[in-house]
Design a protein around this ligand. Sequence first.
Ligand code: PLP
Length: 379
Amino acid sequence: MHTNSLSTSENQILEKLLEEVKTNTDYFMGYPVSKDFNYTELMPFMEYPMNNLGDPFVPSTYAVGSREIEKEVVQFFAELFRAEPHDWWGYVTNGGSEGNLYGLYLAREIHPKGMVYYSEATHYSVQKNLHLLNMSNIVISTQDNGEIDYEDLENTIRMNRHMPVIIMANIGTTMTEARDDISKIKLILKKLAIKHYYIHADGALSGSYSALIEPRPAFDFADGADSIAISGHKFIGSPMPCGVVIAKKSNRDRIARSVAYIGSMDTTISGSRNGHSPLFLWYTIKKLGIAGLKDRARHCLETASYAEQKLKEIGIPAWRNTNAITVNFPEPGLKIRQKWQLAAEGGWSHIICMPNITKTQIDQLIQEIITSKATIPTL
Ligand SMILES: *Cc1c(COP(=O)(O)O)cnc(C)c1O
């Protein structure tokens, strides 16, 4: 017989899952996700079907949402990324991948015959997005640190210089947190006299704090980006994946017009949109302010520097990019990688020193690496 409550065994499933989530969160060092948030004050909103349907800047008749707060979040990042005061637009996405898809979509609408260039260290989702959008593209090689090879980029663009150029620049690559320098890319375009181009910055990983560190990396609108995507659940922290995309309003208007032509004012990728996630981003932005966010970034960099130092002290050739919170080192044993959820690629692994990572956790990891080395059987 069906009752209106969960059975004992169903309740046990939830309890077990909660335990698992808690434990796994404690040993979480390999993926760039913050978990130090406390959004208890926002819990009452979980009782409502919040939905920011469509364009945040165009009122909707569906009124159970957080559009005003979403617009504040967009404005915060537009200003942080030095967009032209009256030429920005954006929305809170489901994550960095959607923001990157949006940037490429805008680029394609503006340059339908463009060629997309991106480095081999680019996030795996970008290739799929290019496939979805059916855009011609060329992969550029990377330098050892994961940054795009500017010489290869220049030579490759030169060979295709009759086509508009669309650049997908990495502001923090997934494996080594390398940043492609947008001012260097602009110089190449100038040198080759490329008139038609679009630059999208994939700042999913480190876009949000790149604006808060010195020296400021060349990545934003003032440096030449036409759109920037970030993830919200990474540096800022959110219980559900989310992100923000900022674009030039003038470019978004072109899409709005072309869609209005078929009778719709739809400017976002999905129709129904998460009305809760803007609340989490807004809450942290308001609570910390620029000064608090800067402290947060500084703390991450300090932990990363500590981890790099400690690994080197035990003879492990750890390294990291300038102002990066990702520490790279030769991949440790499977047991350690599983426990701390460390990704690995081509023999290298990394820890990402998100705000919640403590020196105590680093020490614990170091201790486990020492122990594992001592127990490796020697022949
Ligand atoms: C995380 C990440 C993405 C994807 O962002 P999601 O928020 O996971 O969709 C894209 N690019 C880079 C460099 C990333 O680190």
